[in-house]
Design a protein around this ligand. Structure first.
Ligand SMILES: Nc1ncnc2c1ncn2[C@@H]1O[C@H](COP(=O)(O)OP(=O)(O)OP(=O)(O)O)[C@@H](O)[C@H]1O
Ligand SMILES: N[C@@H](CCO)C(=O)O
Length: 339
């Protein structure tokens, strides 16, 4: 018998120009308290937190347990090898751009790793996670912690086939697909210790699939260069102390996803245009958080005033929100044993 807690932070992807590249883990975590029996038994799942009325607690339907079952299957097990009681506490809002699905996928892989004693490292667990979240930005930040950039390596023809099944194939239809190895590389950037993330969370949902469906297939050279220039500047400027707020603010501009998603998030453009250091001291820029609708601002002071300004702009657009002032979760995802 063992007792342990899995903790996985929320995350904000993109941070402006880093579309599908950059992610920031946030100290706002989902936890799974697990108790295993010494022999085979049932899996009992309970859930509290965001969307508790719609999240299934049937192990065959819940994303955390579906992911765990997928990992077990890849390692020769059709079911959990021991009895499990697991309680999920999840404050991360679902479908709002704070990486809820990334956290759930990581929690599922960690659950399988611990219960079946697979002994996988974080890097090895990421291969399974990436089969479910194909863009590495949220998942890499949530797993490793901090401000993280990552990319997937080029795949061989054979590996590409292994990467083809959708998450529905893997989770609902239980396709046995072992992930290619060492799929992603990552790098963590320095972070100015005074810098905090203000996340303003609208009360409506926006599925990532919908927010991706409005994006174009191709981009102009000018727009690609615009983002490349800002992305490199942003990753260097964000860790400086004292911070050059005007440089970070300009470096958070984007032409690859935000202009196309603005119509799905009324108020986004006005927030980005208003949150400039010359208008609001302390602010270092703002962006859509992940696929939205949450909007994130970076700031080193005046957090409440900046948050209220963002909430006010959303309100003018008929959208109610709440806000949080968060620091990065530098440690990323973790497992702690209590006995
Ligand atoms: N803790 C959880 N338990 C079960 N299912 C979850 C959990 N968290 C997320 N999900 C599933 O993930 C879906 C949300 O994923 P989606 O990618 O649309 O949004 P997000 O991950 O919150 O946002 P983003 O990727 O933009 O940061 C939910 O509708 C639900 O199916
Ligand atoms: N990079 C992703 C993050 C959301 O999962 C997007 O913006 O679509």
């Amino acid at each position: 018998m063992a007792k342990f807690q899995i903790s996985v932070p929320a995350s904000s992807a993109n941070i402006g120009p880093g579309f599908d590249v950059l992610g920031l883990s946030l100290d706002y975590s989902m936890t799974v308290d697990v108790e295993t029996s010494s022999g085979p038994g049932d899996f009992v799942l309970t859930y509290e937190g965001d969307s508790a009325d719609s999240v299934s607690t049937k192990p065959s339907e819940n994303m955390v347990t579906q992911v765990a079952l997928y990992v077990l299957r890849c390692n020769g097990m059709e079911d959990f090898p021991v009895g499990v009681r697991a309680h999920v506490k999840n404050p991360i809002p679902l479908g709002r751009g704070m990486g809820s699905s990334a956290s759930a996928a990581i929690a599922g892989v960690m659950l399988a790793n611990e219960v079946a004693k697979l002994g996988l490292s974080k890097d090895e667990m990421m291969d399974y996670v990436l089969m479910l979240e194909r863009h590495p930005d949220n998942v890499m930040a949530a797993m490793m912690g901090g401000l993280v950039a990552s990319f997937l390596r080029e795949l061989s023809e054979e590996e590409r086939k292994a990467f083809e099944p959708s998450d529905d194939d893997l989770l609902k239809h239980r396709a046995l697909t072992i992930p290619p190895k060492k799929l992603a590389s990552y790098f963590r950037f320095p972070w100015n210790p005074d810098m905090k993330a203000i996340v303003v969370i609208p009360e409506f949902h926006l599925a990532t699939s919908k927010a991706r469906s409005v994006l174009p297939q191709t981009y102009s050279r000018a727009d690609a260069i615009f983002n490349l220039q800002r992305l490199v500047m942003l990753t260097a400027a964000i860790g400086q102390s004292p911070v050059q707020a005007d440089v970070v603010c300009e470096a958070m501009q984007d032409k690859l996803h935000q202009p196309y998603r603005a119509s799905l998030v009324p108020g986004l453009t006005e927030i980005i245009n208003t949150l400039k250091p010359e208008n609001l001291p302390g602010v270092c820029g703002s962006c859509l958080s992940g696929a939205g609708p949450t909007v994130l601002a970076l700031a080193t002071a005046n957090f409440e005033k900046i948050a209220e300004t963002m909430v006010g702009i959303f309100k003018k657009n008929g959208i109610n929100c709440r806000y949080l002032v968060l620091s990065p979760a530098f440690g990323g995802a973790s497992v702690t044993y209590s006995s």
